[in-house]
Design a protein around this ligand. Structure first.
Ligand code: XMP
Length: 512
């Protein structure tokens, strides 16, 4: 395994992710617990993360001596590089101006990290984010790449197998960064790269058992992939010590609520309380037109309903949540750098505090696509695992203006036709999110011999990698007219269909 020492960078988890992608098991330990983790894990190699701190600061976190003296391969990233130099006899100075964002480095010499990747004389794009910089190298180190702002952009000590870089290889803006990290763990550390999601599943199951013991756990299901994967994993670990509560707000897509119920009860036989709270939600949404007011009401009501059910069940000291890594990051990442997705929509935020329960969050280290992979590993059907993201407040924010059961039903039908056509055309997986919206606008139409005056339906489809930016999906005209015709013919209440041609930014993905 590889130990990642975390000095507080906002993107340390990305290092772990890249290492996972290289098929190597890694654990992250905060710098002040790194020594203990080193003894426990006995890692083959160590990676030192970046940090918002400065090594010039007296209180700047340091690398435990035991790691420096271990003789194992070490890779220092940004602050990790600076602290290596600081502790091994080089020099770090505060730069008069930092270097933030895209930079280009020139490869000056051979290096094990560049194996099969970068050649001497080439120039490559990397992502820098630093104020301080290394100004003289510790004994035994040589520069292997440099940029105008960082003469020691990459340094190497082959004898000790210590390598370090000023830039961040873990972020996507360093296009070859994943391969550099892979070279470190596979080529320098000599690890096999045979670690898989199946191993992750085993490790997590042991962790859950150790955390929960014989305690009882309840898990709130939203109907989405994350909470479902968390629940199935926890159930595998502790069986019927887990009870799931599915708060059905009646704002799901066509057939989804039934799908959740049959998956849990039928397929997995996981204890499930299905609360049909649609009347409560729809009643409360009457007269509400402001998007944020809708969100607030739905989030709060979800918690209320869940809390009531939890009380009825009683005796649970643990609350399970499908929190993902992007939900964990709450503040913007390191200055000027690319930031990990910041989810501003915490649908069940405040729940743990209010209920005074201990949290079980087995997906905290994972990104969405990794959760999907884990879901497949756990045997969740593809149709469920591969589903497009769906907002917690559901159809309520796809019906601008007032929401009613009737409008939800109309939208559900149109949305189902649209998605069915997308699946039939084999386009579902090429699209990040596709959905219909029902506009609070009526327009005139003519059907048969009569004049109609009915609702407008908008269609949206975007490509994206993280939901933060998005581009419209360029359907061909034939496809769109087929969908429009079907919706108008088959859905009573809609007589006009339009396609949304707005990217994000400036638009958002949802209409509210
Ligand atoms: P926007 O519309 O902000 O959406 O471009 C970005 C991503 O977030 C989803 N989204 C939400 N998810 N609760 C959620 O759980 C919400 O209130 C919410 N609003 C938007 C949206 O579907 C897209 O994937």
């Amino acid at each position: 395994s590889v130990l990642i020492v975390d000095f507080g960078s906002q993107v340390t988890q990305l290092i772990a992710r890249r290492v996972r992608e290289a098929g190597v098991y890694s654990e992250i330990a905060p710098f002040n617990a790194a020594e203990e983790a080193f003894h426990r894990l006995n890692p083959v190699g160590i990676i030192l993360s970046g940090s918002p701190a400065s090594v010039l600061d007296e209180n700047g976190p340091g690398i435990p001596e035991v790691i420096l003296e271990s003789g194992r391969p070490i890779l220092g990233i940004c602050y990790g590089q600076q602290s290596l130099m600081h502790q091994l006899g080089g020099e770090v100075l505060a730069g008069d101006s930092g270097e933030f964002g895209r930079a280009f480095i020139e490869i000056a010499d051979e290096c094990a990290l560049f194996n099969g990747l970068w050649k001497v004389g080439e120039t490559h794009q990397v992502w820098m984010s630093h104020g301080d910089k290394v100004t003289s190298l510790a004994p035994g180190f040589r520069p292997v790449a440099s940029s105008p702002g960082a003469p020691f952009a990459v340094i190497a000590n082959d004898e000790k197998r210590i390598y370090a870089m000023q830039f961040h290889p873990e972020v996507v803006h360093t296009p070859d960064g994943g391969k550099l990290l892979k070279n470190f763990v596979r080529h320098v550390c000599g690890l096999a790269g045979d670690w898989t999601m199946a191993e992750f599943r085993k490790t997590k199951i042991e962790e859950i058992r150790a955390q929960v013991g014989s305690g009882r756990v309840i898990c709130g299901l939203s109907g989405g992939v994350d909470s479902a994967v968390a629940a199935v994993l926890i159930h595998e670990a502790i069986g019927d010590q887990l009870t799931c509560v599915f708060v059905d707000h009646g704002l799901m897509r066509m057939g989804e609520a039934d799908q959740v119920v049959s998956l849990f009860r039928g397929h997995y036989n996981i204890p499930l309380v299905h609360v049909d709270a649609s009347t409560l939600f729809l009643k409360g949404l009457e007269g509400v037109t402001d998007p944020e007011a809708k969100r607030k009401f739905i989030g709060k009501t979800f918690i209320d309903v869940f809390e009531d059910e939890a009380k009825k069940i009683g005796g649970a000291e643990f609350l399970a949540q499908g929190t993902l890594y992007p939900d964990v990051i709450e503040s913007v990442s390191f200055t000027g750098g690319p930031s990990v997705t910041i989810k501003s929509h915490h649908n069940v935020g405040g729940l743990p505090e209010r209920m005074d329960m201990k949290l079980v969050e087995p997906l905290r280290e994972l990104f969405k696509d990794e959760v999907r992979e884990l879901g497949r590993e756990l045997g969740l059907p593809e149709i469920f695992v591969g589903r497009h993201p769906f907002p917690g407040p559901g159809l309520a924010i796809r019906i601008p203006g007032e929401v009613s059961r009737e409008r939800c039903d109309i939208l559900r039908k149109a949305d189902a036709i649209y998605l069915e056509e997308i699946r039939t055309a084999g386009l579902y997986d090429a699209i990040w999110q596709a959905f219909a919206v029902l506009l609070p606008v009526k327009t005139v139409g003519v059907m048969g011999d009569g004049r109609t005056y009915d609702n407008v339906c908008g269609l949206r489809a975007v490509t994206s990698t993280d939901g933060m930016t998005a581009d419209i999906y360029p359907f061909d005209a034939g496809f769109l007219s087929r969908v429009a015709t079907r919706i108008i013919n088959e859905v009573k209440g809609i007589n006009r269909v339009v396609y949304d041609y707005t990217s994000k930014p400036p638009g958002t993905i949802e209409w509210e």
